[in-house]
Structures are given as C-alpha cells and as structure tokens.
Design a protein around this ligand. Sequence first.
Ligand SMILES: *Cc1c(COP(=O)(O)O)cnc(C)c1O
Length: 467
Amino acid sequence: MSLDIITEPRLLPSVTRLLEVTSNDSVPHDVWVAAARHVLSEARATIIAGGSVSQEDLALEVAARAIQDVAPWPTRVINATGVILHTNLGRAVLSDAARQAMLDAAAYSDLEVDLQSGTRGSRDTHIERLLVEITGAEAATVTNNCAASLFLALTALGSGREVIVSRGQSVEIGGKFRIPDVCAQSGATLREVGTTNRTYASDYEDAVSDQTALLLKVHRSNFFVSGFVADVEIEEMARIGREMSLPVVNDLGSGCLVDTTRFGLRHEPTVQKSVAAGAGLTLFSGDKLLGGPQAGLVVGRGELVERVRRHPLARALRCDKVTLAALYATLRHYARGEQYESIPTLRMLGLTADEIRARAEQWRDALSPAGIAVRPSASTVGGGSLPDAELPSAALVLDPAEYGLTPNALAQRLRTGDTPVMARSEQDRVWLDPRTVQPDEEPALLAAIGSALRPPGSFAATPARRL
Ligand SMILES: *Cc1c(COP(=O)(O)O)cnc(C)c1O
C-alpha cells in the first residue's frame, strides 16, 4: 500500500483491501473486520469534517485496535520502580495461596453455607475467627476498603451526633477522601479540637458533651509532621473514652500487623497495639502493609462491631467472594507465622541492599554490558504508607544515550513491549530496582530490556540469556 494521503471518502480503501495488508492469524478474522470497519468509519468522519488520513496510519490503527480488542485487561506488568505498594499498579502483590484461593472462589463455594449442618452461614465468620486470633480483638468484620470502613463506622456509631477529632488529623487521605467530608456524609457533626500541630488530652475532655458519639483518631499515613507537635496516644484516648463512656475509633490506614522496625523502617502503629490499648474499633486496609486484596478491616469490641455489621449500609459496602478468599488466605499466613516468607509485600520489605545488588549484577552480566551499570538506589513503600521512608537498594541503570534514545523513549519502549515493564527515569538514565521484580518475572524482564535496547530492524544486539 502506498503512503498516499486521502482527502476524499471515495478514495478510502475497502475493508477487504485494508485487511490484505494488516491482518494475521494472531487475532480472529471477525475482530480484524470489526476493527477495519471502525477505523474506516472514523476516517470517513475525519475527511468529511475537512481533514485527511494517510493509508499507512489507517493500517496501523486497524492493527492497534484489533490487538487491543483481544488483549485481556488488566495486563500483567513488571514493576521495576522499587515502589512496593504502587497504587497505579494495583498496590499489594498477592501470595500464591491468595491467588489460588481467588481462583477456587470463582466457582461455586461454601461462601455462605455451613457444610456440616447444611444451614446458612455468614460470609464473615471465617475471616472474623482469624482476625480475632491475630489481633486479640473480640470481633471483626470486613468492608470493601478502609474508606468504606470509616464511613460505615461513623454512620453506624455517629449519625446525628458529634464526632471529636484532632484538627491535625482532619486530613485528606487521597482521591478527595477528606475526614470532614466523610463525616458530613455519615450524618455526624465533626468537632475539631486542638490545633494543626498540637492537641492535648484536655482538648478532647473539654469538648465532650451529651452530643458526643465517639472520639476519632486518624493515623497520618501519607504525610509527615515534625517539630513543635503533640498528639494524644491511643492509650490516653482510650482512657478518656472509658471515663466518659464513649467509644474510640482508630483509623490506622495501613494497618500493620508486624513490627516495621525489623525492616529498618520507622515504627508503624500495629493493629494489635491499638486493640490492646482499648480502641473500641480499629480500622485498616487490606492492600497496604497487610499485603492482601483491597478490603477494609474492622476489629474491636463485640457490641460495636455488631452495630457496624448490622447497619443497612454494610450490605452496600461489603466485599465480593473473590476478595474474601484472598483475604482469608493472606490472614492465614499471619495466623501460621509464615507471613515474612509467604506475603510478597513483607518479603520485598525484608530484602537487603546486598541481596538486591547481587540480583542487579546478575542481570547486568546476562545482558550486553554497553551502557548498563549497577548503582546504589532507594526503594520506597508507597501506597500512602510511610511517606518519608526509604529502603537502601540497588538498581540496574540503563544509559539511553548509548542506544540513541532519550530516557522517555526508552521508558516507553519498556512499557509497550510484549511484557510491559515500569521503570524510573532519573538523571538522564532509566533505573530498574530488583526489589519489586518478582523472582519468576526475571526471564521476561531480561527479554524485555534486551528488545527495548535493540536498534529497530536489528536482531543481533543484546540477546537476553536465561538466568
Ligand atoms: C489509606 C487510608 C485510608 C483508605 O484506605 P483504603 O483501603 O485505600 O480505602 C483510610 N485512612 C487512612 C488513615 C489511610 O491511610
């Protein structure tokens, strides 16, 4: 086909002619036909509106559309950014057991039936048992995510009354999810106490009235304050709650079940500590540091959990069976004490810079060495958790200039290859951090780097050797 520019609808090629130059067996024939019809009708509209199209672009558009029509979504991506909980890449990587559980749950299952008695069961029971065992709480329930848990808890316990929160915790969590707005939507009135940087126990005590429904604590998970600051710890809030007969709701966000100092990170408040300190309800995410699927976990005193569970909105915010299956499998790793080996998020947090450098060096040796170096680097936790934390790491650093490319062009090649790879562009280089690359992805990653660095039309350069 020539590169002719077409400016009249009657000169557009026929579907048959277009398919002669584009179609192949990797996509079914009817998909090619539909793609060609779609592209031709758009081209016609462009020309009628006074524009023009090139024959070559028509063919490329048909191919792109046909391939997209048969591609699954979401497509698996290799995360070489070093950001462990990358929100745009789907946050936590699930364990093998959690993935298998999702597959099993996709068929019929005993989701809401007790197989022994044959009677109806609750979809909460099994997860509640594990959460009670792991956290020490009396009861537990699950919602769609932590934002839903907070909304539901405020609605069930606070609607029509006042919720007291420190002004320094009246924050935006992300995606316009703001504590004052959520509170307003729940029908509760927010009563902010203290100042942006300092809040004392007496601020809560002075604000309590017969209108007060609960005291709310919100973990500052996605920003960091330092300097002249004072906060009231959960133990102290629980004491005030006991004295005033008010429940304390603790939104922990990331909901860590393990001690983060073992990874060289700052100490994140744990769920177990919040429960032991006397929080009435503790809320946390399933897909942040917990390392499971998107979910909102609610643990605490039996009577408060029951009010949350029984609220009519609970039905609107509940989890799907596939999510519950993955959550159960993830929690079981904790119950069995195998979380550090089995949960990818914790495994990645635990890798040392030496282990990561050794992997980067293996990759470098397996690829063509031109323009490829291994350098010290830093990984981050991501997902709105531990915003100031950096984990010492190492990276495979590609110099795009060596291959006549800009950093953006190389990063784009990596994203759009057979196996999409997400990397970091920094200091005119493209950085790949092995920390977030799963062990079974290494052969595909090396092949992807090899083909991204290959000059167009050349098949000789940088063959990726299997590790
Ligand atoms: C992340 C976060 C949430 C929201 O959690 P999702 O599970 O993403 O809905 C709520 N509160 C805090 C403090 C958070 O950090």
